[in-house]
Ligand binder design. Sequence first.
Ligand SMILES: C[S@@+](CC[C@H](N)C(=O)[O-])C[C@H]1O[C@@H](n2cnc3c(N)ncnc32)[C@H](O)[C@@H]1O
Length: 246
Amino acid sequence: MTWRTLETEDGSCTLQRTADAVTCHSTAGAWRQARERYARACRIAELGAERGAVALLDIGTGLGLNLAAALEALEASAAPLEAVSFERDVELLAHAFEVRQPPECERWVAPVRAILRVALHSPGERVAAPWGGLRLELGDARTAVRRWRTGAFDAVFLDPFAPSLEPQLWSAEFLADLAAAMAPHALLSTYSASVAVRAGLVAAGLRVGQGPRVGRKAQGSLASFTAPLPPLHPRLARKIARRSAR
Ligand SMILES: C[S@@+](CC[C@H](N)C(=O)[O-])C[C@H]1O[C@@H](n2cnc3c(N)ncnc32)[C@H](O)[C@@H]1O
């Protein structure tokens, strides 16, 4: 599969699959999406300040922008980031290593890229980084995630391709595995606002709330066992509850 670099509206770059024009990020802004949809929505800065360290499950390594946004969020607290990142497509990673970002993004993605290059040669093993540590799980995340059902992660970035392209990473089974990885206070963020995905999260025992508006995407979803969440419209919440009970 071939990928080309595509500049998004905030000046940061993503990868686009030449065969079908699928992109790894919103064209409204790859870096903006990473910061707002994932790092900010999962309260990474606050977690760093409150807990002194952050354990992150990152579904879909891609260009490493979401990991980079987590690093940026931890600058003030200097809390270490321990991340487990899942990627199936080694060829995509090779393309991602060649992409250069604008300075404000490159500052954070360059250290992630450096560790990913090392981690690529020792998949599944922890690679120490100046900012903490990273494990790169290569292969299908559905299999790899099973050994991380520890109930210890502070945050989950759920960022695979769309359900129409990758239905397996939105299945109730996979969402239940993610829930089993999460600590009670943890937040999961994803760009999907579909009733089916939200019902899967509820079926896994999580509460679901509205994610932030990012660019043209009106909302995404946030999920947690105990953290406060922006509420859904009651009618929508009832629809999700009915669907999750099926
Ligand atoms: C939308 S992109 C992720 C962008 C990334 N989060 C970033 O910050 O740059 C989706 C990623 O999920 C990966 N992916 C898709 N299906 C997967 C699977 N079953 N297991 C692991 N990774 C998968 C793709 O190869 C792709 O890199």
